[in-house]
Unconditional design. Structure first.
Length: 132
């Protein structure tokens, strides 16, 4: 999800024909987050030497956007609670592709050799996967 703070200037120009290029140029700054090679490559097609942009880890990008600074690409799970609370808003440029992040889980013959933290992590992934 492309998101920004509800009071960021770009939130006032939400329109049906907002393009990704226009969004990046007016984001001040555009915060590039490296979720995957595909998403990074896609984001960089809109960033050039004259673009006000910075590359940050996801949690820092979320902190900045939550404070009213910039626009960034976050995962649904990272952004959802702040979108629901109204702190940040989702931006939907007309030329934005549906992005997704793949998770791969290697099958194990036995969970006996795993730590309790690893088993808990696997149980969380299993419960999430059942929702899809």
């Amino acid at each position: 999800k492309l998101v920004t703070h509800k009071s960021h200037p770009i939130s006032a120009i939400q329109k049906e024909d907002l393009t990704m290029r226009e969004l990046v140029q007016k984001s001040s700054p555009y915060i590039l987050v490296d979720w995957s090679d595909e998403s990074k490559k896609w984001q960089k097609t809109f960033v050039n030497n004259r673009t006000d942009s910075i590359e940050l880890p996801p949690t820092t990008a979320l902190d900045m956007v939550s404070s009213g600074i910039g626009v960034t690409l976050l995962t649904k799970t990272t952004a959802q609670s702040l979108i629901e609370s109204g702190t940040i808003i989702e931006l939907q440029p007309v030329d934005s592709p549906k992005l997704y992040r793949e998770i791969v889980l290697v099958s194990l013959d036995s969970e006996e050799s795993l730590s309790s933290a690893s088993i808990s992590f696997l149980n969380v992934l299993k419960s999430i996967s059942e929702k899809f």
